[in-house]
Design a protein around this ligand. Structure first.
Ligand code: DGT
Ligand code: CA
Ligand code: CA
Ligand code: ZN
Length: 572
């Protein structure tokens, strides 16, 4: 059984939350939380380290006890202490922790002060106005909790693309071990690189499908087999994700891949074209009468309906068929086009690594530049920078730049856009920077008009460069800000501000649709990792995936440019 880093981290986080709610020793709580962060930030598979018998205590923050617990999780898939704790405490506590505005402190108050043990009890308490009487709660918090409960119901079980990748890969590798399997491919939304996936759709080609199915159902990560037929099977893995497996003959590979990659709307449009030509398309091929005339490759299917190959990222029924007909599909941006990162944090604020370490890591990625954008003073993160601290960092960057051979560290800051639209550091210091990254971190619930105008006013500041994570949504945790995106895009265009596509797998909040609109309007986009550690610089890949879904080409993205060209764009 392979346990993925994400699953280990998730167990420690859940344990830390529950223990904190229950009032455990804060040091213990912090130790579990650190463990979660370390495991999820590791470049390597923790399961591999355990099987190679590596000494896990070499990681700072992992002592003997934690190392032992990690090993148990890897070997058994369970963390006994978590199981016991979950059994001991009411289920609602874990559910409440998933609501964005509730942290352990507030959940503890609900649990310990109001003795609430079920969702129904919680709703009744809110209706009776009991919650707002607790310290740290108000009517607004009550509303947020009610919204959160609704959000929980809707936030089905879609999993973030980034979390699904190691799980899919481990299954794909397992299936490739089967000597009866030829092609093994994960299709569906996974192949379209959608930011979340509902389930995994695995396609295998084989002469002998039953043998493949027999092999599949023996995969040791399977928790439940929902169905097992001769050419298809559906299971649930212990990570909670569902897998649909389909086996087709080799001559149907392309047609089946196209069919199971979707999207459904794209498939329907392709089939309509076929009908016009008196052809029939299904997952087995393209047919003229009873005769299969194409289907071995996806291109062969597209060719029959008069289209060039269409990249999976574009198959969302957003005009790709029309564009393909006119041979006007965009040349999509690729990871290799990226020449630097414009949003990254150091351990001066809430990052894990030093300025120097971040620069080295960016250099190792082959970048020409890296903007250091620690948080400004207003943010509630530890040690947000004031003017003095920022000046000190500027000097440190000058010193570092003198030593670096190729990479240039750009001086920047992540500014908080305050409620009135002002930025939280004065122009006197902002003019010393190469660029600014501005974003909203508080007052998420202003009216649509106020929120929109707050951002537009911030853009009026001459030192405003990039609007970071514009909608603020966190996948499965926090809804997007209520803003009039059309007005914001128009203002960005007018004032030559850059919009950020934040590549963090749980943000990606300049979504595919907004990317496409921004491109059409001629607004420039920065794809940024928002890295809080050296390892996180690599989340850039997820930004690229989203950019592809948003039809972006190299020229639409500012950090594909040379530093000299970039600086011209910054000077609005
Ligand atoms: P998901 O799993 O919700 O993230 O999204 P998908 O796109 O992976 O959807 P899923 O797993 O329901 O189906 C996989 C693909 O199979 C889908 O993208 C297109 C194809 N497909 C499923 N049902 C139909 C259908 O009724 N008609 C057509 N033409 N294609 C379908
Ligand atoms: Ca799917
Ligand atoms: Ca499916
Ligand atoms: Zn940031």
């Amino acid at each position: 059984m392979t346990i993925h880093n994400m699953e280990v981290a998730e167990k420690f986080n859940r344990l830390a939350d529950l223990l904190e709610i229950d009032g455990a020793n804060p040091f213990r709580v912090r130790a579990y939380r650190n463990a979660a962060r370390i495991v999820s930030g590791m470049g390597k598979n923790i399961a591999d380290l355990v099987s190679e018998d590596e000494d896990l205590t070499k990681f700072p923050g992992i002592g003997k006890d934690l190392a032992e617990k990690i090993k148990i999780i890897i070997r058994t898939g369970e963390l006994p202490l978590l199981k016991q704790t979950e059994k001991r405490l009411p289920r609602i506590l874990s559910q409440l922790m998933q609501i964005e505005s509730l942290g352990p402190k507030r959940v503890q108050a609900i649990y310990k002060k109001l003795k609430i043990k079920t969702m129904t009890e919680l709703k009744t308490a809110i209706e009776k106005g009991k919650l707002r009487k607790l310290a740290g709660f108000g009517e607004k918090t009550e509303q947020k909790i009610l919204q959160g409960i609704e959000h929980l119901k809707q936030a089905t079980s879609r999993i973030k693309l980034a979390s699904s990748i190691p799980i899919a890969n481990s299954l794909i590798n397992y299936l490739k071990e089967c000597k009866h399997a030829d092609h093994v491919e994960c299709a569906g939304s996974f192949r379209r690189h959608k930011e979340t996936v509902g389930d995994l759709d695995i396609l295998v080609t084989a002469k002998n499908p039953e043998k493949v199915i027999e092999h599949f159902v023996k995969f040791d990560e399977i928790a439940t087999i929902l169905s097992q037929g001769t050419t298809r099977s559906t299971v649930i893995l212990h990570s909670g994700i569902q897998v649909d497996l389909r086996v087709v003959p080799q001559k149907s590979y392309g047609a089946a891949l196209l069919y199971f990659t979707g999207s459904k709307a794209h498939n329907i449009n392709v089939r309509k074209l076929a009908v016009k030509k008196n052809l029939k398309i299904n997952e087995y091929g393209v047919f003229k009468g009873d005769k299969q005339i194409a289907g071995k490759t996806e291109s062969s299917v597209y060719r029959q309906v008069g289209l060039p190959y269409i990249d999976p990222a574009l198959r969302e029924d957003q005009g790709e068929i029309e564009a393909a007909k006119k041979r006007k599909l965009p040349t999509l941006i690729a990871l290799d086009d990226i020449r630097g990162d414009l949003h990254a944090h150091t351990n001066l604020t809430d990052g894990d690594d030093s300025l120097e370490a971040m620069a080295k890591a960016a250099e190792a990625l082959g970048y020409d530049y890296l903007a250091i954008t620690d948080h400004s003073k207003h943010l509630t993160v530890a040690h947000g920078l004031n003017q003095k601290a920022l000046l000190k960092q500027i000097k440190a960057i000058d010193k570092l730049n003198a030593k670096l051979k190729k990479l240039v560290v750009l001086k920047s800051i992540e500014l908080d856009i305050l409620e009135d639209g002002s930025l939280d550091l004065p122009d006197a210091i902002l003019k010393e920077l190469d660029l600014t990254v501005c974003s909203i971190h508080s007052k998420f619930n202003l009216s649509r008009k106020k929120q929109t105008e707050r951002i537009m006013r911030a853009m009026d500041n001459r030192y405003f460069t990039i609007l970071a994570h514009p909608t603020g949504r966190l996948i499965n945790r926090r809804a997007a800000l209520d803003i009039d995106i059309d007005r914001i895009l128009a203002a960005a265009k007018d004032k030559k501000c850059i919009l950020e596509l934040n590549a963090q797998p749980e943000r990606l909040d300049l979504n595919d649709r907004y990317c496409k609109i921004a491109k059409e309007m001629g607004i420039k986009i920065a794809i940024s990792s928002d890295a809080h550690s050296t390892a996180q610089l690599q989340t850039m890949q997820f930004g690229i995936y989203q950019a592809e879904r948003g039809w972006l080409s190299k020229s639409d993205v500012v950090n594909t440019r040379s530093l000299a060209a970039l600086k011209k764009l910054f000077a609005r």
